[in-house]
Design a protein around this ligand. Structure first.
Ligand SMILES: Nc1ncnc2c1ncn2[C@@H]1O[C@H](COP(=O)(O)OP(=O)(O)OP(=O)(O)O)[C@@H](O)[C@H]1O
Ligand SMILES: [Mg+2]
Length: 336
C-alpha cells in the first residue's frame, strides 16, 4: 500500500511538474493539490480498513445471533415444580434411550434404584453407555417420559434450574473457561464464594498442592489468556466446581481418569467423607473407583449385565471379576 502511494506521488509530481513548466497550472495550485491529496490518502485507506473490519464483524455477529436465537430443545414443562424436601434418590424405570438421528438405542431396559445418600458405581468397557446414562440425569439429553425419577418425580417435571442446583456434575470432557481458577470453581455457586468455602472445595480435589506452585494461587488465569493446566489438574478444578454447590446428587463421569493413583486415593477419601449424606454416582473404567460403592452395575452394550457389591461381583466371576483381575495385573506390571 505504501509503495503504491509512493509510486502515485512520483507520477503526480512528474505530471503536475510538467503542467507547471508549461504554464497550464500555477505552482501554488499544484502545491495545494498535492497537500490535499496527502490529507486524503490516509482517511481513504482507513475507510478500506473499517469496511473490512465491519464485514468481518457482521459475519461474526450473524453467527452469534444464530446461537442466541436458537430455541433450546430441552425446556421446562409448564407444570414443572420441585418436591419438598429434596433427598436425592434416583430411579431408572425401563429406560430405553436412543440419540436423535441414531439408528439404534444406546441404552436398553435400564432398571435401577439408587437410594438417597448411597453410592453407585457404573463400570463397563468403552462405548458401553456409561456417559449416556449419567448425562441423562441432569437432562443434558431428554429421556423418554416416565423413565428417570428423582425423589419419585419424573425428571422431565423438574425445573431445569433446580436440577442444576441439586446435581454436581463432572463431565468426562473437562471444560474450563478462560478465567481464574477461583472463578472456574465458583461458577456453579449463586452467591459470592467465601475463602473458606473455596478452600474446602479445593481441598476435596487435592488441588491446593498444585496451586501453590503457581505465583498467583487461585487467582491464576487459565486457558487462552493464562497458563494451561494439565489434564489431571483440569479434572480436579472441575471436581471442586461440582462439590462447591453442596449438591444432593454428585455425578463423576470418568472424573479421575487423568489423575495418578496416589492422588486418586486421597480424592476418593475426601469424597467418601462428603458423600455421606449425598447420592453419588461414579462412571469409570477403573475398578479402583468402584470398589467401595454400595452398589455396582456393569454395563455392556447399553445393558446392565451384572449388579451387586464388589464382593458379590467377585464371587460371580463374571465380567466385573475379569475386568478387576485384568486391571490388577496392569497395575502390577506398571509398578514393576
Ligand atoms: N451424541 C451422540 N450421538 C450419537 N451417538 C452417541 C452420542 N454420544 C455417544 N454416542 C454413542 O453411544 C454409545 C455409548 O457412548 P458413551 O459415551 O455413553 O459410552 P461410555 O461407556 O461412556 O464410553 P467411554 O468409556 O469411552 O467413555 C457409543 O456407541 C457412542 O457411539
Ligand atoms: Mg464415557
Amino acid at each position: 500500500m505504501t509503495a503504491l502511494l509512493g509510486m502515485s506521488s512520483v507520477a503526480l509530481l512528474r505530471l503536475g511538474g510538467r503542467q507547471v513548466i508549461e504554464g497550464r497550472l500555477t505552482l501554488g495550485e499544484f502545491v495545494a493539490f498535492m497537500g490535499y491529496l496527502a490529507m486524503l490518502a490516509w482517511p481513504t485507506i482507513a475507510i478500506g480498513w473499517v469496511i473490512n473490519i465491519f464485514q468481518r464483524g457482521a459475519a461474526s455477529m450473524s453467527r452469534i445471533l444464530e446461537i442466541l436465537h436458537a430455541d433450546p430443545e430441552i425446556i421446562d414443562m409448564p407444570q414443572a415444580s420441585v418436591p419438598e424436601p429434596i433427598h436425592g434418590a434416583v430411579e431408572f424405570r425401563h429406560l430405553y434411550f436412543q440419540y436423535p438421528n441414531a439408528a439404534n438405542p444406546v441404552l436398553h431396559d435400564i432398571n435401577l434404584s439408587i437410594p438417597a445418600g448411597t453410592t453407585l458405581a457404573i463400570v463397563g468397557c468403552t462405548g458401553s453407555g456409561k456417559s449416556t446414562l449419567v448425562n441423562l440425569i441432569p437432562r443434558l439429553f431428554d429421556p423418554p417420559a416416565g423413565t428417570i425419577f428423582i425423589d419419585g418425580r419424573d425428571i422431565r417435571q423438574w425445573p431445569l434450574v433446580e436440577l442444576s442446583k441439586i446435581i454436581g456434575f463432572v463431565p468426562q470432557e473437562t471444560f474450563l473457561f478462560s478465567d481464574t481458577i477461583r472463578e472456574n470453581i465458583a461458577l456453579g455457586s449463586k452467591d459470592k464464594l467465601s475463602d473458606s468455602e473455596l478452600k474446602r472445595a479445593a481441598q476435596v480435589s487435592q488441588i491446593p498442592n498444585d496451586i501453590e506452585a503457581f505465583a498467583r494461587g487461585v487467582e491464576t488465569f487459565v486457558g487462552e489468556r493464562g497458563i494451561t493446566l494439565s489434564g489431571g489438574q483440569k479434572q480436579r478444578v472441575a471436581i471442586s466446581k461440582a462439590v462447591v454447590i453442596s449438591p444432593k446428587i454428585l455425578i463423576f463421569d470418568d472424573a479421575l481418569s487423568s489423575v495418578d493413583t496416589y492422588t486418586e486415593e486421597r480424592i476418593m477419601e475426601q469424597l467418601a467423607r462428603m458423600a455421606q449424606d449425598r447420592t453419588t454416582i461414579f462412571a469409570s473404567h477403573r475398578i479402583s473407583t468402584a470398589r467401595t460403592a454400595d452398589q455396582i452395575i456393569v454395563l455392556d452394550h447399553g445393558r446392565i449385565v451384572e449388579r451387586g457389591t464388589h464382593d458379590s461381583l467377585m464371587n460371580l466371576r463374571g465380567m466385573y471379576a475379569h475386568l478387576y483381575s485384568k486391571q490388577m495385573l496392569e497395575e502390577e506390571l506398571a509398578a514393576s
